[in-house]
Design a protein. Structure first.
Length: 99
């Protein structure tokens, strides 16, 4: 059977003290690994491989818009977890490029 790859994009915080406990890299990356371990242990998604690309938007709308655009147009991800803060401007800017 052919293996399918799902590209996952993630936006999170790495340096913002107010955000680290909520959407910080260490806790978010750990949660992803725990989820992947369970998926593999229970054979929930056979023949599915996940790849991850992440950027640190630090809840800055200009970073969020830029990174979302990059994830969609350059990294060609299938799904995005984020943005760190739901700024309508970032969604509007990057959402306009989705076909």
């Amino acid at each position: 059977m052919t293996q399918r790859t799902i590209k996952v994009g993630m936006l999170m915080a790495k340096e913002s003290p107010d955000l680290i406990s909520l959407v910080g890299y260490q806790t978010s990356a750990s949660a992803v690994l725990i989820g992947l371990d369970r998926i593999n242990a229970e054979n929930l998604l056979p023949n599915i491989n996940f790849t991850f690309t992440w950027y640190f938007d630090e809840c800055q709308p200009y970073k969020t818009a830029g990174y979302l655009t990059k994830l969609i147009l350059i990294d060609k991800v299938d799904v995005v977890f984020g943005p760190t803060c739901p700024e309508w401007k970032a969604r509007k800017i990057s959402g306009g490029i989705v076909l």
